[in-house]
Design a protein around this ligand. Structure first.
Ligand code: SF4
Ligand code: SF4
Length: 302
């Protein structure tokens, strides 16, 4: 699988300098606060903005596969019958419909990414592959993209949740400049509750990656009700110290719910409604724990 939902230009929060970030579709975790729900499933999806849909029925008329029927003025999709040809999106007069996920060949993707080479060179930036979970994508494809970027002197950052077999990291490591590595919560039970799986593999991979000499930015999405507390941060620090891990940067990323509106368009339920970011003083106090423990390059935000 290697569907791409978005290629975002001029990103400044996904690594060093100005970057072009590629969002791949599909993730093995199910974080309650995920702000990119369109990247959770590996398969293509149809998104409908209910506020824009006027119920005109044009999509149902033009679909060559009969995959849409109207019910009480609303288009209903038979996902089994849809082949994601995009015809209904082109005929929708209000732009309410959108196919999420597009395949690019290695050549097409690299060509698109190289359009921004000038910005990479001037800002010390490059390409970030993100998601979803980019490391869950087809490895031959990822390796081909990574090798081609390296050949063209473009630095590559990988934004990962870490929940993949370590062999994948090993294969990609020679072509990666920086890993943005999510460490969400240290308590395995809480991790399971909010992410759908425990954190054993994630932490094990982090230790191995650090031992293998990777440049790592640790990213901690910080949620008051889950991990935004002294206990979790102290446990994170103890883990880093125990395993002699020296991240190039630690980023505490305050929770935000800007992605919650996307859930409705995908007929998904947003489960993060009761979650909040710690306030400014609390965030500063949490960051100070890392700084005082010797992790001077700790920042609030990306
Ligand atoms: S993408 Fe194609 S197959 Fe799917 S509903 Fe639209 S027109 Fe039909
Ligand atoms: S064509 Fe667009 S506006 Fe018309 S019913 Fe379909 S989704 Fe709604």
């Amino acid at each position: 699988m290697k569907n791409i939902t978005n290629i975002q230009k001029f990103s400044i929060h996904d690594g060093d300098g100005i970057r072009t970030t590629v969002f791949f579709k599909g993730c093995p975790l199910k974080c309650e606060w995920c702000h990119n729900p369109e990247t959770q499933k590996f398969e293509k999806e149809m998104q409908v903005d209910r506020e824009k849909c006027t119920g005109c029925g044009a999509c149902a008329v033009v679909c060559p596969n009969g995959a849409i029927h109207m019910e009480e003025g609303r288009p209903i999709l038979d996902a089994e019958a849809c082949v994601f040809c995009g015809k209904c999106t082109r005929f929708c007069p209000t732009g309410a419909r959108e196919v999420i996920g597009q395949e690019y060949t290695v050549k097409e993707l690299v060509k698109e990414l190289m359009k921004d080479q000038m910005f990479y060179e001037e800002s010390g930036g490059g390409v970030t592959l993100s998601g979803g979970e980019v490391m869950s994508m087809d490895m031959d494809y990822l390796l081909a993209v990574a090798k081609e970027l390296k050949r063209q002197d473009v630095t590559l950052t990988i934004d990962t949740c870490g929940f993949v077999p370590y062999e994948k990291f090993q294969e990609l490591l020679p072509y990666v400049n920086t890993f943005l590595y999510d460490v969400k919560v240290m308590d395995p039970e809480l991790h399971k509750k909010y992410m759908g799986t425990d954190n054993a593999l994630i932490l094990e991979n982090l230790v191995r990656l650090a031992k293998d000499g990777a440049r790592i930015y640790i990213r901690i999405p910080t949620v008051k009700e889950v991990n935004g507390n002294e206990e979790n941060m102290k446990e994170t620090i103890a883990f880093l110290q125990e395993h002699d891990i020296h991240p190039a940067q630690i980023n505490l990323l305050p929770y935000h719910d800007t992605g919650s509106g996307k859930y409705r368009k995908l007929d998904m339920e947003y489960k993060g409604t009761d979650l909040h970011a710690p306030d400014k003083e609390e965030m500063e106090a949490l960051a100070a724990l890392f700084i005082n423990a010797g992790y001077k390059n700790t920042k609030i935000g990306g």
